[in-house]
Design a protein around this ligand. Structure first.
Ligand code: ATR
Length: 275
């Protein structure tokens, strides 16, 4: 019997921690399945994904630049994927039906690990990662969710699509979630990153999440620690979105600690909403 396959489709995808993380989890669960990296050029994405179910694939993670295309080609979509307009997880049914989910949203809340009800939140960025974070925080009952972005028109669009507030400049909040790529790959020091994100002169809030991971600590994490914030690192969000995807495909409880260890193994740079 050939092995059941899973994978992460992206372009590029070679840097992804997902194969190591998921293969460790599959082994721990006693499943003889294999999770592979699938570099897929954008113009090949739709036809390739439609062919995967007949080739032994049970599901896919989808990362940059395919999340909107994954959402569009699915036959059914979860409420979160529908509202966010992007999917990071596809599950294939027995007849090749494609279901879309966005586990970036739930993964963020799992990584936060405490109730968001009644809290105010500030989301930095206006890409797909930011849309997932805004939707998740609103769903979790945050009292006010604001969106700030370098290009204000994009933040205004996200805010109006999802029912958040467009912040002209970053302000105080209980929770801050960095969904920009600022700090990725060690490209900026903490001071430059603070200026780029409009955080200069602002006290770090009680809880800070940085979807960027890899440089130790990232500029946003260093800023947060200097103010005594509780910090949620991007690698934890990566692990939690992966755990949710794995549970959808297998119906089993994901071994989160094993996934955490495997994801953290070598030094790496990435962004949690990029699988
Ligand atoms: P994704 O869909 O993965 O979230 P994206 O759409 O490329 O990715 O979003 C990247 C985010 O990082 C954007 O909000 C971007 O701001 P712009 O909309 O103004 O481009 C933000 N970003 C990237 N580099 C930045 C920088 N140097 N300073 C401030 N924001 C930056």
């Amino acid at each position: 019997m050939p092995r059941t396959l899973l994978g992460v489709a992206g372009f590029p995808v070679a840097h992804s921690r997902s194969p190591a993380m998921h293969n460790a989890a599959l082994a721990e669960l006693g499943l003889d399945w294999l999770y592979v990296a699938l570099p897929l050029a954008p113009e090949r994405f739709v036809e390739a994904v439609r062919a995967f179910p007949a080739s032994g694939f049970k599901g896919l993670n989808v990362t940059v630049p395919h999340k909107e295309a994954a959402h569009a080609l699915a036959r059914t979509r979860s409420p979160g994927a529908t509202a966010i307009g992007a999917a990071n997880t596809l599950t294939f049914g027995p007849e090749g039906e494609i279901e879309a989910e966005n586990t970036d949203a739930g993964g963020l809340l799992d990584a936060l690990g405490e109730p968001m009800a009644g809290l105010s939140a500030l989301v930095l960025g206006a890409g797909g990662a930011a849309r997932a974070a805004v939707w998740a925080l609103i769903e979790a009952g945050a009292a006010e969710v604001s969106v700030f972005n370098r290009t204000p028109e994009r933040a205004a669009q996200v805010a109006s699509d999802l029912g958040a507030r467009h912040a002209i400049r970053p302000g105080g909040a209980d929770v801050l979630v960095n969904c920009t790529s600022v700090g990725l790959g060690g490209s900026m020091d903490a001071g430059q990153a603070r200026v780029a994100l409009g955080l200069d002169g602002i006290d770090p809030p009680a809880i800070v999440v940085d979807l960027v991971y890899g440089t130790e600590p990232t500029p946003v994490v260093a800023w947060a620690r200097s103010g005594g914030s509780r910090v949620v690192e991007g690698l934890e969000v990566l692990v939690r979105q992966g755990a949710r995807s794995l549970e959808l495909w297998t119906g089993l409880t994901a071994p989160v600690e094993t996934m955490r260890r495997a994801a953290a193994a070598p030094p790496d740079h990435g962004r949690a909403a990029g699988a």
